[in-house]
Design a protein around this ligand. Structure first.
Ligand SMILES: NC(=O)c1ccc[n+]([C@@H]2O[C@H](COP(=O)([O-])OP(=O)(O)OC[C@H]3O[C@@H](n4cnc5c(N)ncnc54)[C@H](O)[C@@H]3O)[C@@H](O)[C@H]2O)c1
Length: 318
């Protein structure tokens, strides 16, 4: 007899719920997708079919199954109990509002299996707040994806403070099985890690534009033609390690200079006023507002091309 396929319940069929459904379906999970809004759910089904066809065309379809087989692994329901009953893993993807998420948890808490992993896609809400009042708080973890998850596979794993000892290793191996790239946070912190780093960059970018040091165009080029080129392959720590002969040598050569510059950093500025007007106006010159859709497609084509290149480099071990 064939082994029973593991069931994954996905709650919320927006941008992120759709991606999770496709990722689990590619690894042959039995996926059940639920949404409170039936129109949203039928739109999700059409979109998933289209996206799978596109990934197939780009050579980026994951796993061994055809696009059609992956599509067939996803069922939908407008009954929340049906979505979570007997699920081995649940990924909640409703909007980032604590009262919405906790209302969903209190509805599913009495139904889910005691061994089920209850994961939230929350971008910033802390597991200790999200899981505080549920019976299954020991099964709760935030699994924060990066958008778009197919092209940017990082997921941050942030367990609830009450999580059983198997939660982190099991979630990590599930993420590896679906070919995402998990990182484990040893404790929770506002913004987790990805957004803290993103906002640190944003804070200093804002300041440099406000102080008249550089234009918006110049600032963005510093990332796209400079730092970002390396960061597509390695982080700031390995960058430093390779830029000298290891960390001791990096510290010996640069610590004094770096600390001197860091001492000139200031408190965050208000995101508003004249600087906001200036940034919007300069961006409009570069990317007119009526071309945003086109520009998003341009971005996604490049992300797909980079994913293809990364796949090739990994396969050939270059
Ligand atoms: N969009 C991103 O870039 C991104 C990245 C990482 C994490 N996240 C997080 O993922 C979660 C979902 O974000 P999204 O961008 O997919 O949002 P979205 O607005 O695209 O989709 C949310 C979906 O949830 C549904 N919904 C609302 N209330 C519901 C309920 N009670 N039960 C079931 N479904 C319900 C909506 O109908 C909608 O389909 C959020 O916590 C968000 O912060 C988003």
């Amino acid at each position: 007899m064939a082994a029973k396929r593991e069931k994954v319940g996905i709650i919320g069929s927006g941008l992120i719920g759709r991606s999770w459904s496709m990722l689990f379906a590619a690894a042959d999970y039995d996926v059940c997708l639920y949404d409170i809004d039936e129109k949203q759910l039928s739109g999700a089904v059409q979109d998933i079919q289209k996206q799978l066809a596109l990934l197939d065309k780009q050579g980026l379809l994951r796993g061994q199954l055809s696009a059609d087989q992956q599509f067939k692994n996803i069922s939908t329901t407008s009954d929340l109990s049906q979505c979570v009953e007997n699920a081995d893993y649940i990924q909640e993807c409703v909007p980032e509002r604590i009262e919405l998420k906790t209302a969903v948890y209190s509805r599913i808490d009495p139904i889910i299996k005691d061994t089920c992993i209850l994961a939230s896609s929350a971008s910033a809400l802390l597991p200790s707040k999200l899981a505080a009042n549920i019976q299954h708080k020991n099964r709760f973890i935030v699994v924060h994806p990066t958008n778009p998850p197919f092209y940017a596979p990082l997921v941050e794993l942030v367990p609830s403070p009450w999580a059983d000892s198997d939660i982190v290793p099991t979630t990590k191996s599930i993420m590896e099985k679906i070919r995402q790239v998990p990182v484990i946070l040893k404790k929770e912190i506002d913004g987790f890690v990805l957004n803290r780093i993103q906002y640190a960059i944003f804070k200093e970018s804002w300041r440099l534009i406000k102080d008249g040091v550089i234009s918006v165009e110049g600032l963005d080029k510093v990332m796209s033609a400079g730092l970002g080129r390396r960061y597509a392959f390695m982080g700031p720590i390995e960058t430093a390690y390779l830029n000298a002969d290891g960390m001791y040598s990096y510290a010996e050569r640069y610590a004094e200079m770096i600390q001197g510059i860091m001492a000139t950093f200031r408190e965050p500025d208000q995101f508003g006023g004249e600087t906001l007007d200036q940034i919007q106006a300069e961006m409009e010159q570069l990317v007119p507002m009526d071309t945003l859709q086109e520009r998003r497609k341009w971005r996604d084509r490049r992300l797909a091309a980079l994913a293809q290149l990364q796949k090739k480099l990994n396969e050939e071990d270059i």
